[in-house]
Design a binder for this molecule. Structure first.
Ligand code: NAD
Ligand code: DAU
Length: 353
């Protein structure tokens, strides 16, 4: 079949990437969607079982840092566009082992940009490189203010510094070579298929197992939460309608202090599992703070609303309820992703706190 567009999505077996792949495969039957993923601990093809047999979908196992392999993939498929999601994504892991973050997030992004440039040559007008980034590049807010697209970069963890480095490279390829790119910087996502090292799925799993809920510091840090499918709708709009060279912030206008969110989550799980109110809150355990823990993230999503008409569709109550339902009914998925190396990680991360 002659496809209208041939699209590469990197990191499509991970949390956001799998929702993005599913959305593109189901929405654009006239696009070929190639999902490139190295299947690290965070990548899981179980996340895509429902679409794996669709005719417009292909999976390729490979590493974005391997330029020779990436070049060949571009020659084989002659992509019209790239949505670049692949990354090392967990802040705590970046504190333990920063170099893999620099390798994957900086060198991997550089290899993709170079392959696009080589394949697309001088005629890049209708091509598109969409770099999927994070609000953490802007650093840490106090109690006032919001991140806007022009907020100066001030990353403070190895993860956010590596993402900032990749953002800079993407802009450099736009300014220097005219590579048509867009960047989106999003706040904290939640929803099904998120690896249970991140706060919401980790805590739902620990509640169901009766394990302690390790709250870093006093639990006063603030995050701005967005349901993953709302993020994916924003990515679709930016990829198709965003202006080349532009950046778009994406956020939920949904700030929660960690401890308040955790208490709410405990109450929702108790309610859904028929436990007396207050049962799961007894598992809350304050532990040593994360090193360099950013205090507050909050996005001003005014530009994407004004330019592309995007606003979140779900309230937090709706999104959290759907999310808890999914994890409570996905025992097998949770157990399969938390076997093996995850057990060693969990032991190391939380044993001496
Ligand atoms: P994730 O950790 O769930 O998934 C990352 C995926 O990338 C995995 O499938 C993994 O196998 C793959 N990958 C890792 N290294 C690779 C390599 N060298 N080559 C090919 N594939 C590789 O991450 P996520 O939470 O879905 O985040 C996806 C992207 O969105 C990241 O770039 C992240 O920085 C960004 N982001 C995440 C959030 C969030 O709240 N999760 C918010 C804003 C932005
Ligand atoms: O803001 C976007 C970022 O959100 C993404 O770029 C990252 O990829 C994603 O992991 C996320 O980063 P955070 O560090 O904010 O997410 P995490 O789920 O790790 O932690 C959320 C908050 O909860 C944070 O303040 C730390 C705290 N926390 C986390 C864990 C895992 C705890 O108190 N205890 C925990 O065990």
């Amino acid at each position: 079949m002659a496809y209208k567009k041939r699209i590469l999505i990197t990191g499509g077996a991970g949390f956001i990437g799998s929702h993005l792949v599913r959305h593109f495969v189901n929405t654009y039957s006239d696009y070929l969607i190639v999902n490139l993923d190295a299947l690290t601990y965070a990548g899981n093809l179980e996340n895509l079982r429902d679409i794996e047999d669709k005719p417009n979908y292909r999976f390729v196992k490979g590493d974005i840092t391997d330029l020779i392999f990436i070049r060949q993939l571009f020659r084989d498929h002659d992509f019209d566009g790239v949505l670049h999601c692949a990354a090392e994504s967990h802040v705590d892991r970046s504190i333990e082992d920063p170099l893999i973050f620099i390798q994957t997030n900086v060198m991997g992004t550089a290899a993709l940009l170079q392959a696009c440039r080589e394949q697309w040559g001088e005629d890049m007008g209708d091509k598109r490189f969409h770099h999927i980034s994070t609000d953490e590049v802007f650093g840490s807010l106090g109690s006032e203010g919001f991140f806007v697209e022009t907020t100066p970069y001030d990353p403070r963890s190895p993860y956010s510094a590596s993402k900032a480095g990749s953002d800079h490279l993407v802009r450099a390829f736009w300014h220097t070579y005219g590579l048509p790119m867009v960047i989106s910087n999003c706040s904290n996502n939640y929803g099904p298929y998120q690896f249970p090292e991140k706060l919401i799925p980790l805590f739902i799993r620990n509640i169901t197992l009766g394990k302690p809920l390790p709250v870093y510091g006093q639990g006063v840090n603030v995050r701005d939460w967005l349901y993953v499918e709302d993020h994916v709708r924003a990515l679709d709009l930016i990829f198709h309608k965003g202006q080349p060279g532009e950046t778009y912030n994406i956020g939920g206008h949904n700030e929660w202090k960690n401890i308040d969110l955790i208490r709410l989550l405990c109450d929702i799980v108790d309610n859904k599992t028929g436990k007396p109110a207050g049962t799961s809150q007894q598992l809350i355990t304050f532990v040593k703070d994360r090193a360099g823990h950013d205090m507050r993230y909050a996005i001003d999503a005014g530009k994407i609303k004004a330019d592309l008409g995007w606003v979140p569709s779900l309230t937090f109550e709706e999104g959290l309820s759907k999310t808890v339902d999914w994890y409570l009914s996905s025992h097998e998925w949770l157990e399969s992703v938390t076997s093996g190396d995850y057990l060693k990680y969990y032991e190391q991360q939380y044993s001496n706190r």
